[in-house]
Design a protein around this ligand. Structure first.
Ligand code: ADP
Ligand code: F6P
Length: 328
């Protein structure tokens, strides 16, 4: 009897809530379709160090609601080297793998493309809280992180309103403004500061002084990470606007926690479709959700920052900032 073909799954780059739900969907869809399912621990590192284990359906029971990724993730810079990529593909070929589902961000997609070019079909799935994958309207983990941010900013607002203060809150997103934009609108921020709506220091301070002078009891400024120093900004707002001001960097709490129902559903849909593509011997493709449909995009196109889907995402974020400004 011919040995069953293997499908691998790995998570790579920053973890995100929903990765486990995706793992569960991939493993169970693969087994249902007569493949052997293998988890590859610690991202691309696990291929090179043989951290690959066969799993059964029961091994992915009760993981849907868990945050992070139970198979571990890693950043392995040397995977950018052609010799290392070739070696990884050879290891997988020797062990009868027909393909790998790679969950992560842009860097993970680049690695998946290289494995495909070396003869192992890979499907990229968007797993990052940052929502910075242009081939998908939303990434696995974005909704959960957004809700975590909103819940925490609501708490900060409770205390800043009690004390008549201004709160300056920095949120994650790497260089993508989406978490800041969406969270700013959802929490009624007086100001959202991102790379999409650059403001001079003078404009920011004048704006906050105006809010104070108009009698707003408290104020909220949501800032995208990497834009400016929030502690420094808080001091300047306090000195200029009349508001006593405190800064908070939400940090890694934004990345943890049980995935939202929306992230679980998205992760499960994407995981299922990824296996079906491998079954059709397809690779070098990433999957995303676009207008509520699962859509295939060649990875090389998804990595192209000049594509029209990139412009579409930016225009949505800009619209969100504009609405937030009008209704604050
Ligand atoms: P993300 O996938 O979230 O963007 P990284 O940029 O850290 O996170 O990438 C995750 C991993 O993907 C890297 O540690 C590396 O192993 C691999 N990777 C990143 N860029 C490339 C590349 N250009 N070619 C091949 N592999 C890459
Ligand atoms: O990509 C996810 C993310 O949390 C970004 O929002 C953030 O910039 C980065 O990872 C932080 O990385 P690290 O966990 O290595 O500090």
């Amino acid at each position: 009897m011919e040995a069953k073909k293997k499908i691998g799954i790995l998570t790579s780059g920053g973890d995100s809530p929903g990765m486990n739900a995706c793992l569960r969907a991939v493993v169970r869809t693969a087994i249902e379709n007569n493949f052997e399912a293998y988890v590859i621990e610690e991202g691309y590192y696990g291929i090179l160090h043989n951290l690959m284990h066969k799993v059964e359906k029961k091994d992915v029971s009760d993981i849907m609601q868990k945050g992070g990724t139970i198979i571990g993730t890693a950043r392995l810079p040397k995977f950018k080297e052609p010799e290392v990529q070739k070696k990884a593909a050879e290891i997988l070929k020797k062990q009868n793998f027909i393909g790998v589902v790679c969950i992560g961000g842009d860097g993970t997609y680049a690695g998946a493309m290289k494995l495909t070019e070396n003869g192992i079909n890979c499907i990229g799935l968007p797993g990052t809280i940052d929502n910075d994958i242009t081939s998908s309207d939303y990434t696995i983990g974005f909704d959960t992180a957004l809700n975590t941010i909103v819940e925490n900013i609501d708490r900060i607002k409770d205390t800043s309103t009690s004390h008549k203060r201004c709160a300056v809150v920095e949120v994650m997103g790497r260089y993508c403004p989406d978490l800041a934009c969406f969270a700013g609108l959802a929490t009624g921020a007086e100001l959202i500061l991102t790379s999409l709506n650059p403001m001079s220091e003078k404009q920011i301070l004048e704006h906050m002084k105006k809010e104070h002078d108009q009698g707003k009891r408290s104020a909220l400024v949501v800032v995208a990470e990497h834009l400016l120093d929030v502690n420094d900004l808080a001091k300047k707002i306090e000195a200029y606007s009349g508001y006593e001001t405190r800064a908070t960097v939400l940090g890694h709490l934004q990345r943890g926690g049980s995935p939202s129902a929306m992230d679980r559903v998205l992760a499960s849909r994407l995981g299922y479709h990824a296996v079906m593509l491998l079954k059709e011997n397809k690779g070098g493709i990433c999957l995303g959700i676009v207008d509520n449909k699962i859509q295939q995009t060649p990875i090389l196109k998804a990595l192209d920052k000049t594509s029209s889907s990139h412009d579409k995402k930016i225009s949505i974020s800009k619209e969100i900032i504009k609405i937030a400004e009008i209704i604050e």
